[in-house]
Design a protein around this ligand. Structure first.
Ligand SMILES: [Zn+2]
Length: 144
């Protein structure tokens, strides 16, 4: 049985975890933006700029179906990777990096904790629980 991890992780492991986070985040951004952009560009070119230019491609089944299926599943992978981001554990505090611990969906409110304006925010660069950044900067705790 593996021993339970103690937080904060050592600096090398913390840097590795943040590199992993930025890789998943980059994948999410690319896979969420690129398929709609390609589709929009194809429609623009085919309908407006050079009407009918994609007819040879679109009239050769099953390639259009396979192409647009691949785009769709790539886009779906982007949406699923947001759940992977939501599950990311902060290497500084051991809580969720993108999800505030202890919130209740029926009683959510804006928090005054650093970086915690939302209860779930997969686009944040700060941990929603301890406020540390992806650069490894840990904020000084203020007394309330
Ligand atoms: Zn944290």
């Amino acid at each position: 049985m593996p021993s339970p991890r103690t937080y904060p992780l050592p600096p090398a492991e913390m840097a590795r975890a943040f590199r992993q986070l930025s890789r998943v985040r980059r994948f999410a951004v690319v896979t969420l933006l690129v398929p709609p952009l390609i589709t929009g560009l194809m429609v623009l070119v085919h309908r407006v700029i050079v009407p009918g230019v994609l007819d040879p491609f679109l009239d050769s089944p099953p390639w259009p179906f396979r192409f647009f299926s691949a785009l769709f599943y790539l886009w779906l992978a982007g949406w699923l990777s947001l759940f992977v981001l939501k599950a990311f554990v902060c290497p500084n505090c051991g809580e969720g990096f993108h999800a505030r611990t202890g919130y209740h969906p029926d009683h959510w409110e804006f928090s005054s904790a650093p970086g915690a304006r939302f209860n779930i925010n997969v686009a944040t660069g700060r941990c929603l629980n301890c406020g540390c950044t992806t650069a490894g900067e840990v904020p000084v705790r203020r007394r309330r």
